[in-house]
Design a binder for this molecule. Structure first.
Ligand code: R5P
Length: 303
């Protein structure tokens, strides 16, 4: 079976880097819109009997990229691909994994159902909720960028550094960083008031005179990080703060919000494409291309 790497339009740079690590050419999809705004995709590649890996994070605009991925998977199937694996480095809709109020859907369950109609297997990185794996009846590779992110933040560490989970959901993640970096963990009790608003009720752990390293899976509006940073500074932390997250969505000028704070480094992965250069911020994107390429190689060789 021949290996094919195909990129959607969500993160072609990452797809290019993965294909080049694997030493195969990248097939790029063409995306156009009909006058009524419907999507049209076409893949410039013969797919007969191929083992296809479609690289497409479902980052914002999540619905557009998700539907594009479904169209690409359908195109692969109809053009004879033997197997289609979706490589979704950032898996959108994962935060809607439980119903909080009456009349809500379960989006994190619906998306796996939709994908399962057209794909055979899935590769993803640092899911917001690892339990989502249970929503798939397909072979599933859940990879992690924690090791590469921990190594990227290591040079910023000081003797008095402390890892901070900005909400209770991030405590396990912070403990994984703690195991690698041998640091203590503090955490914030966050209440989400709306999609944009959060409130930090309290900080638990030793903060005073320590240099915080905040870790989370996603930075979206940045409000979770910023609210936690404000509380950390109120509690007398040192003005040396690092921020680490697997997926930097940075919606609604999230990055600009960090500019007034004593941030030494903001480190994310390249799971989500960034086109703009923010010169005034110490932003670093570590690549997950090797993690993805090694997994693709292993799965392809197994077949
Ligand atoms: C939520 O539980 C996630 O782990 C993140 O904390 C959240 O998605 C961050 O969102 P925002 O940057 O908009 O506060």
């Amino acid at each position: 079976m021949k290996l094919s790497i195909i990129s959607g339009t969500a993160n072609p740079n990452l797809a290019k880097a993965v294909a080049s690590s694997l030493g195969v050419p990248l097939a790029v999809s063409k995306l156009e819109r009909f006058p009524d705004n419907e999507l049209y995709v076409q893949i410039d590649e013969d797919m007969g009997e191929h083992d296809v890996f479609l690289i497409q994070p479902t980052s914002p605009p999540a619905t557009e990229y998700l539907f594009e991925l479904l169209l690409l998977a359908d195109a692969c199937r109809r053009n004879g691909a033997r197997r289609v694996t979706a490589v979704i480095p950032y898996f959108g809709y994962a935060r809607q994994g439980r119903r909080v109020g009456k009349g809500e859907p379960l989006a994190a369950r619906l998306v796996p159902d939709l994908l399962s109609w057209r794909i055979d297997r899935l590769i993803t990185v640092d899911l917001h909720n690892p339990a989502i794996e249970g929503f798939f009846n397909l072979p599933f590779e859940h990879l992690s960028a924690v090791q590469v992110l921990a190594e990227a933040v290591r040079p910023e560490l000081m003797r008095e550094s402390v890892l901070v989970a900005p909400d209770l959901g991030a405590v396990k993640l912070a403990q994984r960083y703690a195991d690698i970096l041998d640091l203590p963990v503090a955490y914030a009790e966050k209440v989400r008031l709306s999609g944009r608003e959060v409130k930090i009720r309290q900080l638990i752990g030793q903060i005073e005179n320590r240099s915080p390293v905040l870790v989370d899976d996603i930075i979206s509006t940045g409000n979770t990080m910023i609210s936690t940073i404000e509380q950390l500074l109120n509690r007398g932390c040192k003005p040396h703060i690092s921020v680490v997250a697997s997926h930097g969505l940075f919606v609604e000028e999230a990055l600009e919000k960090f500019s007034g704070f004593p941030i030494d480094k903001i480190i994310v992965t390249d799971s989500v494409r960034r086109d703009d250069i923010i010169a005034f911020l110490p932003l670093e994107a570590v690549t997950i291309k090797d993690i993805l390429a090694e997994t693709i190689k292993r799965l392809h060789c197994l077949s």
